[in-house]
Design a protein around this ligand. Structure first.
Ligand SMILES: [Ca+2]
Ligand SMILES: [Ca+2]
Length: 497
């Protein structure tokens, strides 16, 4: 390990350092138009035939729900067992920062404009019912000889109509059913076709906390290896740190998640940083739907923030249990572990207490990888996005997708540090307009369905408090970004950068 690398690694865990990093990453502006196609496609043609399944790695993907990057600071096991033993991707983005569209992108390897799911609700063709399930990652991995298991949250609306349905491609299935997904106690799991309910929504009970039960199922799967002749793909999806159903509190609104009983009094001093974006004082530069927002109650935000962090402590415990079970069964050295989230979260940033929007806290997600061939203790600056994770899993498994996928593998391939990142939402139930946006190393440029525009220079404005879409000095920049965005939002497969 190089001197100083430890300090640098630890540095990424603080919010202040993240802000500094955001400023620093703006210093070099690469012309992304010059970027070459990823080398892994060329490499694919040159590799020998796939090795027998027994030589391929097991793959574990841990996905939290609505976790912002800074919250990794309260997860020492993630740091010690994953980050210090693997590579942290400091510029990882969710292409559609909303639950179902982002999860659909991971499962299909496609941007939302290609898989078609832009909403959590089936009323607009989104959610579980909208997913074309016969061509998804677990189906392709099964074809390639993998055993596949899913544990926890799936796409919104799963189990709402057919509670015992098991989506194609999963050899073991422990999916959280319907709206009960959004409770830490009293949820129902479809356990390979058999429904089982754990406790009561209103009665916290030791041993029945959702994250702990999901962790036990993961450990059981890893230990039992129901298909020991095949490598496995294990997908674990926690509700934490996503809010719980309105019915839980009876307050008529979604409320911050309950922590595990053992973590109820943890992190008493946790408080959100008051950055310039926090309850942004002047939102006149922003689109009308943001201008209409009143500032959020900072004390409520701090309270919810603390609960979110407390709920992540059980996820951190889960990571330790998973790594330990892999170690004790002799599988750790041959297992790739990915830790990520479906989207980020704004906690008062620009007066918003949600994700979905194209701002930094919403689009940035944790991404840490450890396992065979992955460099240890490294922080990687290259830009990666949701669909790249799919491509990376496929490449590691030597599996082929059944449809054209939009992502590029990020392990073991040379790539430019920055490339054009597409951000996009689409029609949703409700009134929020949708957008397409491009995030480059220096700029964020947004085109809203209302015709409104935003443009931020992250070099001079890392907190995105002054949109410069109307600034004549940036006219050429804006035109160039608009041209690049036009290509991005209709790209498919090989035509995606
Ligand atoms: Ca989410
Ligand atoms: Ca402003």
């Amino acid at each position: 390990m190089k001197p100083g690398s430890k300090a640098r690694r630890i540095g990424i865990w603080s919010t202040a350092a993240l802000a500094t990093a955001a400023t620093l990453t703006g210093l070099t502006v690469l012309s992304v138009n010059d970027s070459k196609p990823s080398q892994d496609d060329q490499a694919h043609a040159a590799v020998p035939p796939p090795p027998p399944p027994s030589q391929r790695p097991n793959i574990v993907v841990i996905t939290t729900d609505d976790q912002d990057v800074a919250s990794l600071s309260v997860m020492p096991n993630v740091r010690r067992l994953l980050a210090e033993q693997g590579t942290t991707y400091a510029n990882s983005f969710s292409s559609t920062p909303l639950c179902a569209p982002s999860r659909a992108s991971f499962l299909t390897g496609q941007y939302a404009h290609n898989h078609g799911i832009t909403d959590n609700s089936e009323a607009t063709g989104g959610g579980y019912e909208g997913l074309r399930k016969t061509e998804t990652l677990p189906v392709w991995l099964t074809r390639a000889g993998y055993s596949t298991a899913h544990i926890g949250k799936f796409l919104n609306g799963y189990g709402a109509h057919r509670r015992t349905e098991i989506p194609p491609g999963w050899s073991d299935w422990y999916g959280l059913v319907g709206p009960s997904t959004y409770t830490m106690f009293g949820y129902t799991i479809n356990e390979n076709g058999r429904l089982r309910t754990y406790g009561d929504m209103h009665t916290p009970q030791r041993g029945l906390y959702q994250t702990d039960v999901l962790a036990s199922k993961a450990v059981d799967y890893i230990t039992r290896r129901p298909h020991a002749d095949r490598p496995f793909f294990l997908s674990i999806n926690t509700l934490a740190p996503h809010p719980e159903l309105p019915a839980v509190s009876g307050q008529g609104r979604w409320t911050a998640p309950r922590p595990a009983p053992r973590h109820q009094t943890a992190l008493p001093d946790a408080r959100l940083p008051r950055t310039p974006a926090f309850n942004e004082a002047d939102v006149s530069d922003k689109p009308r739907h943001i201008q209409r927002l009143a500032p959020q109650n900072p004390l409520q935000l701090d309270h919810d923030h603390r609960r979110r962090l407390q709920s992540l402590l059980a996820v951190d415990d889960m990571v330790a249990r998973i790594v330990e079970s892999l170690r004790s069964t002799g599988q750790l050295d041959n297992t790739l572990i990915f830790f990520t989230s479906d989207n980020g979260m704004m906690e008062g940033d620009h007066r918003i207490n949600f994700k979905e929007h194209p701002y930094e806290q919403s689009i940035r997600v944790p991404l840490i990888v450890r396992g065979p061939g992955v460099q240890r203790g490294r922080t990687e600056q290259r830009f990666v996005t949701t669909v790249d994770l799919t491509a990376t899993v496929l490449a590691a498994a030597r599996a082929k997708p059944g449809i054209a996928i939009d992502g590029r593998s990020f392990l073991g391939t040379a790539a430019p540090r920055s490339r054009d990142m597409l951000l996009e939402t689409g029609p949703r139930v409700g009134t929020t307009p949708w957008y397409t946006a491009i995030r480059t190393e220096r700029y964020l440029y947004v085109e809203h369905s209302t015709g409104e525009r935003e443009l931020y220079d992250l070099l001079t404005d890392p907190y995105q408090v002054q949109s410069r879409h109307a600034d004549p000095a940036l006219r050429k920049v804006r035109e160039d970004l608009a041209r690049r965005l036009h290509l991005l939002r209709s790209c498919a497969g090989q035509s995606c950068p």
